[in-house]
Write a protein that binds this ligand. Structure first.
Ligand code: MCN
Length: 793
């Protein structure tokens, strides 16, 4: 890996100074986003009627009766619907889930409750009215009677004998009981090790809190039998597929259009009832129907994330060599699985090896139904939970062995010569230089000095601590398509099936394509979001867009360049091999005065005979060729790219009040070649802020009856400006050999690394008081409880 300091621009492996990749270009989307000119779903009106939901106030129970007569009689109310209405229509009305990944037979999430209620906030009835205020008033007027049942909200309790069960035929609420790794080999490793260290961990339940709640504006064209759904989405093509299943129509009958999206963090990648119901109502009423979730609806319906209860054990020798890791996790699914739902916790274990040589690992994961909002992915999606287990264990083991936690890590790191490295849980790491990133982080945080000071309260009465976490992150996967089109004037349009909701694809895809074609950056436009215009794709999640979408557009640009170069060579009267493209022109190698502009080549392509043949497909109605060159690529990476890094924090903890302050935070990340270092750092900043949020304050809480207690930003404690210090970033660059641009994803690194970094630092600070572990969130209350428990012990 190469070290790229904070200020230095590491150019992306190119010798040319003109390369755009690797440059700190400001995001072109920002002017619109930051000045409020951007159009979001809720800004669209289209004479729409408004949809609102009657939601269950009961966490577990049955519907006894629904009386909608008063609501139906209200002026401006267009319709009140319950499950039976959907059942009587041609729609299946159920959000599809992948049942083959489950151990049990369960239905998907019905858009309106059929009978059983499995979480508070589950949609029970839908009201459509002329405006959103009338719709809300009508919701209040619907009289629903419920029979309540005992609820279970904790995934560990839900598996115990005698716990309430959510589904008949799913004993102990276990949706999936999955294993990873080699149980027998792990047992042997444990038997042979000098000692075994155990740790019980809670990974707190989180709620994605994008600034913009979910929203949809649905239209139905009855003549053509065609739905158009403008909506908040991270995956326009994914939502089209899922909406078509829920509505019971062919995929071609659904067009999804996604305007600007105000953040997603995972929860806008899933299929929820609101958007599907808006589309169903639009068909029922022949009216555009709009739905915009309130903040608390968003919080109630999920998708929530994390919520693991884990028992973990590490087998080590006295010299610090790790021999084996054993993990048993119960992970909440919520009342219903969403999409791949229950299978997500099953693959979380794939990252348990973190950066270490661990010869034997066994992980059992039970995905468990609970009377809570559906749990799925939130920034990190399984990887933060896995890294948290391993990185907390490393610190606890170091403490027991009396070895410095960094030294213990160093002794077990996978070395730079060992790649590709196969872990004991079946992950194949592509490339890495872990020790260089670790050393960078130690240097930046002033580790040795911080260790010296740890242990005694300073003059301000606060304990100081330092924490480090190393991590790997699986990024990329699935396929993506990218289209590159050159217009006759030489301008370029890139179409991608991913969808940026804050990541800056318009900037980074343009950098990539402009470099490949040798055209000016400003001549490249990037289009995402409309399933009618853009090629089929998987979507933006799992830090996959640059690897898959970026590589797809790069491959298409290379195809276009080959064609354009041969046209240029014809014009220049030389072999294509003797032509290079740069600065918007094709030049003859060694004779720079002989050149033809990119635009002239594009024009020639549509005017030439070949061009006419080519433009038959690309002609507009007037017969004018609209396309000079075009290429489309379906790209699937050759395996996963593993980003990595080391984060470090210094904290101060007041043992009288329990208050934690993160005083300094250093992030050293390696995402291979960096397309745009400024955007990469922005991604790290956002992720770290959210990771600090999980460590310090966030946590969705349910009452024992299944009532969500944290249903607004007053009670769900997001990180604030004052709880996040300046985040100091550094980078190392270890390209991935598994894609043509050498990139790894960066979108989630911060949320993965920050929780163990901060908890390790806080436990280090409190270790003089005999504290070995504190569960997140590290609120004043939880920290004080931990201190009191230790006092009492
Ligand atoms: N990038 C780069 N060089 C790299 C890797 C990435 O310059 N080696 C740039 C990319 O080109 C892109 C951005 O960094 O502009 C993020 O790229 P990538 O890591 O490929 O991740 P995705 O674009 O697929 O974004 C998904 C990721 C996820 S999973 C969540 S959750 C998340 C995140 O991005 N949600 C976000 N970042 C977010 N940022 C904002 N503002 N809002 C969200 O909801």
């Amino acid at each position: 890996g190469r070290v790229g300091g904070d200020a230095s621009d590491v150019s992306a492996g190119s010798s040319s100074e003109d390369r755009l990749v690797g440059r700190r270009i400001d995001r072109r989307e920002d002017a619109e986003l930051l000045t409020g000119r951007a159009t979001y779903t809720d800004d669209l009106s289209a004479d729409a009627a408004h949809l609102a939901f009657v939601r269950s106030p009961v966490g577990h129970g049955r519907i006894e009766s629904i009386d909608a007569s008063e609501a139906e009689g209200m002026g401006d109310v267009l319709g009140v619907y319950e499950w039976d209405d959907i059942d009587a229509s041609p729609s299946p009305g159920v959000l599809p889930i992948r049942t083959e990944s489950l151990d049990c037979e369960v239905p998907g999430h019905p858009v309106l409750a059929r009978d059983r209620i499995r979480y508070e906030g589950q949609p029970v009835a839908a009201v459509v009215a002329e405006d959103r205020y009338v719709a809300r008033d009508a919701v209040e007027a619907v009289d629903v009677r419920y029979e309540t049942r005992p609820a279970v909200v904790d995934p560990a309790e839900a598996t115990e004998a005698g716990a309430p069960t959510l589904y008949d035929g799913v004993p102990n609420n276990v949706a999936l009981d999955a294993e990873l790794g080699d149980e027998a080999a792990t047992e042997e490793a444990f038997a042979a090790a000098d000692r075994v260290v155990e740790l019980e961990l809670v990974n707190n339940r989180l709620i994605a809190s994008a600034l913009e709640p979910r929203a949809a504006l649905a239209r139905y064209d009855a003549d053509r039998g065609q739905f158009t759904v403008e909506m908040t989405s991270q995956s326009p093509h994914g939502h089209r597929r899922k909406l078509s299943e829920t509505l019971g129509v062919d995929e071609g009958r659904v067009r999804v259009v996604v305007p600007r999206v105000g953040g997603g963090f995972g929860h806008k990648g899933h299929h929820h009832p609101g958007e599907a119901m808006a589309a169903w109502c639009a068909r029922e009423l022949y009216r555009p129907v709009k739905w915009t979730a309130t903040r608390s609806e968003n919080y109630r319906e999920g998708a929530h994330a994390r919520d693991h209860r884990t028992s973990a054990e590490l087998a080590v020798d006295d010299d610090g060599s790790v021999r084996g890791l054993r993990v048993d996790t119960r992970a909440a699914v919520g009342g219903y699985g969403l999409g791949g739902g229950a299978s997500m916790p099953a693959w979380y274990g794939r990252l348990l090896s973190s950066q270490y040589r661990i010869p034997a690992i066994h992980c059992r994961t039970r995905a468990v139904f609970t009377n809570t909002a559906p749990v799925h992915s939130y920034r990190g999606a399984g990887r933060p939970e896995a890294i948290y287990v391993t990185e907390r264990l490393m610190d606890v083991v170091a403490d027991e062995l009396g070895i410095d936690p960094v030294e213990l890590r160093r002794r077990n790191l996978v070395g730079p010569e060992e790649f590709p490295y196969e872990t004991a849980v079946g992950a194949s790491y592509d490339s890495g230089d872990y020790e260089t990133a670790l050393d960078e982080a130690l240097d930046a945080i002033g580790y040795d000095e911080a260790r010296d000071r740890a242990g005694e309260p300073a003059d301000d009465g606060r304990y100081r601590g330092v924490g480090v976490a190393c991590f790997t992150e699986s990024t990329g996967g699935g396929f993506e398509r990218g289209v590159v089109r050159v217009r006759p004037d030489g301008s370029v349009v890139v179409f991608a099936g991913t969808h940026s909701h804050g990541q800056g694809h318009e900037t980074t895809y343009a950098q990539l394509v402009a470099d490949e074609l040798g055209v000016p950056y400003d001549d490249v436009e990037v289009v995402e979001g409309d399933t009618d215009d853009t090629p089929d794709g998987t979507g933006t999640f799992g830090s996959r867009s640059t690897i898959t979408g970026g590589s797809a557009v790069v491959e298409s640009a290379r195809d276009v360049l080959r064609e354009a170069r041969s046209v240029a060579a014809g014009r220049l009267g030389v072999d294509a091999a003797d032509v290079v493209s740069e600065a918007g022109a094709f030049r003859v190698v060694g004779r720079p005065e002989r050149s033809v502009s990119f635009a002239a080549v594009a024009r020639a392509a549509v005017e030439s005979e070949e061009g006419e043949a080519r433009s038959e497909n690309g002609s507009d109605a007037d017969g004018d060729a609209a396309v000079a060159f075009e290429a489309s690529t379906r790209y699937e990476p050759d395996g996963t790219a593993y980003a990595f890094g080391t984060h470090a924090a210094r904290v101060a903890v007041d043992a009288e009040t329990g208050a934690v302050e993160v005083e300094r935070y250093v992030a050293v990340d390696d995402c291979g070649e960096r397309v745009n270092p400024t955007i990469v750092e922005g991604q790290v900043h956002g992720g770290v802020a959210q990771g600090i949020g999980q460590a310090r304050s966030e946590g969705a809480a349910y009452g024992d009856d299944g009532t969500l207690l944290t249903d607004s930003m007053l009670s769900y404690a997001l990180p604030r400006a004052t709880s996040v210090p300046d985040i100091e970033t550094r980078a190392t660059v270890t390209p991935s050999p598994r894609n043509p641009i050498g990139v790894k994803g960066i979108g989630e690194a911060g949320t993965i690394a920050a929780p163990p970094t901060v908890v390790n630092a806080v436990v280090d600070a409190l270790s003089p008081l005999g504290i070995r572990h504190v569960d997140m969130p590290l609120t004043e209350e939880n920290v004080l409880d931990a201190i009191r428990e230790t006092d009492g012990a």
